[in-house]
Design a protein around this ligand. Structure first.
Ligand code: BMA
Length: 389
């Protein structure tokens, strides 16, 4: 008798568990179906990425680095999957930043990364479950010089009707070809690799030709919207999430001054090198991140710290005492989905540690924080399945 009672109880408990996991899956599916993205024709992998990132952002801070696989301090173009981050701690970043500056005029980007290699690495990142994000240090289309050449009214001139509009379209086409080429899978079923694209970043600064002193908010917004419409509607690309990423902002109004609108932005980013400098007031980083996360929550979108870092990391406990502490100082600020540090170019210009660097022990403490996540700690992001392939 006892035995039967036990079986019955066991059966009931199992049933409840199954029902609750079923209804949880159903809820997930329902939420997934209601998900709003800039591109409502985005492929399933792209929508899943957004959906899953929104789910994990409250209790994970994904760690990312620019050009992590392309080179590190003292090495370049290693054809295996290599990064300084993995060399110091045994795992790769979760987020990989790339830049497409010089697309359409060179086989190499502005930092000498061959576009063919970049495409290969982006596909490998996807296959390993990581995330690719792309910025664009686009040339000054008047002078043919770089993004920091702020001399002319470039934004106005590349909008429809402007004298450099056709040249901008040619650049966009070259970029669209690269995004379109990011295919993985077999002969019959190919998936286009999702990417987070954050064009015209740091516009609240004055250093790029699209920065605030060099165009009006309306011109900036129009350029952003035009770019989204061109890639999505004209070129039919459906593997892109769009990110708006100003540099430090004073307040909400400043953040939104050039915001192209909820229909054009999936991810609200923030680039901030200023506040993570130990000579500055780090509570400002917490305050600014809080503004971005609050705005993202109001808009039902995602927030990310799209660029940061302390050049050469001359303070050995910077990772925990400055970066992590200022993010975790506020429960709202700590909901940022990821934090990406800039590239490891050489001994004086690098933003992640490399073997032998004095900040390695603290970096290991940082990545061991329960919130900080590298690629090996990521859940499945590109499907609705719970487990990784
Ligand atoms: C800057 C520096 C430059 C680089 C540029 C674009 O911060 O790292 O050396 O060319 O970013 O990646």
């Amino acid at each position: 008798m006892r035995y039967y009672r036990f079986l019955l109880l066991f059966g009931i408990a199992g049933g409840i568990l199954m029902l609750s996991s079923c209804s949880k899956n159903k809820m997930d599916l329902l939420h997934f179906q209601q998900l709003k993205v800039v591109d409502n024709k985005a492929n399933k992998a792209t929508k899943c990425l957004y959906f899953n990132l929104k789910k994990i952002a409250p209790d994970h801070i994904l760690f990312g680095q620019q050009d992590a696989l392309a080179y590190g301090v003292g090495w370049k173009d290693h054809h295996d999957f290599r990064s300084d981050v993995n060399d110091v701690c045994g795992s790769f970043p979760a987020v990989f930043g790339w830049d497409v500056g010089r697309i359409g005029r060179s086989e190499y980007n502005l930092d000498s990364v061959k576009f063919d290699n970049m495409k290969k690495w982006m596909c490998q990142v996807y296959e390993r479950g990581g995330i690719n994000t792309v910025s664009w240090h686009i040339d000054n289309l008047f002078t043919g010089s770089h993004s920091w050449d702020v001399g002319e009214k470039v934004v106005a001139s590349i909008l429809p009707g402007g004298e450099k509009h056709d040249l901008y379209l040619a650049k966009l086409d070259a970029l669209a070809n690269l995004f379109d080429d990011l295919k993985v899978g077999g002969l019959f079923k190919k998936t286009k690799v999702p990417i987070v694209f954050r064009p015209f970043h740091e516009h609240t600064g004055s250093w790029f030709w699209w920065g605030q002193p060099h165009c009006t908010p309306e011109e900036y917004k129009e350029l952003f919207r035009f770019t989204v419409r061109y890639l999505r509607d004209k070129r039919g690309l459906h593997n892109i999430l769009y990110c708006y990423s100003p540099d430090v902002v004073r307040d909400r109004e400043h953040y939104l001054e050039c915001y192209p609108g909820d229909d054009y932005v999936d991810i609200l980013g923030l680039d901030d090198y200023h506040d993570v400098n130990p000579l500055h007031d780090q509570s400002e980083l917490t305050r600014r991140l809080k503004i971005v996360v609050e705005l993202a929550e109001e808009k039902d979108k995602l927030a990310a710290m799209t660029e940061t870092g302390y050049e050469a990391i001359p303070q050995s406990d910077w990772w925990t005492t400055v970066l992590l502490n200022s993010i975790k100082a506020d429960p709202v600020a700590s909901k940022v989905a990821w934090v990406l540090v800039w590239r490891n170019y050489n001994h004086t210009h690098h933003y992640a540690p490399h073997p032998g660097h004095e900040s390695v022990p603290d970096f290991i403490k940082f990545i061991n924080d329960p919130m900080v996540t590298l690629i090996n700690g990521l859940p499945e992001l590109y499907t609705l399945k719970k487990k990784k392939k």
